[in-house]
Design a protein around this ligand. Structure first.
Ligand code: FMN
Length: 171
């Protein structure tokens, strides 16, 4: 057991890496420039009203752009989109160079071929430690068939269904 006082950033990242997630790209357009970053901090907050949250590092260009634009999209990546996940995780690069982006209904760029995308209006944002928690009110949802990209322990992978019936009281 690691005592609380010894929880440094690497230990924290490793421990949270045991929590398997999907992978998404948060995109926005601020002053005509597209921005985007890979995230796995995506969480559903509320169904009615429909709210989600993402935690964006304070230093990132996309964080400031999302807050400034007041709108963003979350593209949940499909199983074979890990190159896109890597592209949008490289700091300081033009993430959109040579990329064929489409726009959602609310004039924000979205990632083509994503498993789902949700367009949001920034409902609220606040600083928590070294990240900005952004709560988005979901305006539009678009889903497509396929499988999601997974992430755990620093590795991309597949999320494999065991084929049981969906949890009936939940879905
Ligand atoms: C799988 C994965 C998940 C990530 N999740 C987050 C996240 O939830 N929040 C975050 O701030 N950065 C996250 N990052 C790091 C950002 O994608 C990276 O710092 C990004 O390049 C910053 O964007 P910028 O170029 O606009 O500065 C993640 C990276 C990877 C590879």
């Amino acid at each position: 057991m690691t005592p609380a006082a010894a929880v440094d950033p690497l230990t924290m990242r490793r421990a949270m890496g045991r929590f398997a997630t999907g992978v998404a790209v948060v995109t926005t357009s601020a002053d005509g420039t597209p921005h985007g970053m890979t995230v796995n901090s995506l969480t559903s907050v509320s169904l009615e009203p429909p709210l989600l949250l993402v935690c964006l590092t304070t230093g990132a260009r996309s964080t400031e752009a999302v807050v400034r634009a007041g709108r963003f999209a979350v593209s949940i990546l499909s199983a074979r989109q890990e190159q896109l996940a890597l592209r949008f995780a490289r700091r300081g690069e033009d993430h959109f160079a040579g990329l064929d982006v489409t726009h959602g209904r609310h004039a924000v760029p979205v990632i083509p071929g994503a498993f789902a995308h949700l367009e949001c209006e920034v409902e609220r944002h606040f600083v928590a430690g070294d990240h900005v928690v952004v709560i988005g009110h979901v305006l539009t949802v678009c889903e497509r068939d396929g499988e999601p990209l997974g992430f755990m322990g620093g590795r991309f992978g597949d999320i494999v269904s065991r084929g049981h019936d969906p949890v009936s009281w939940f879905f």
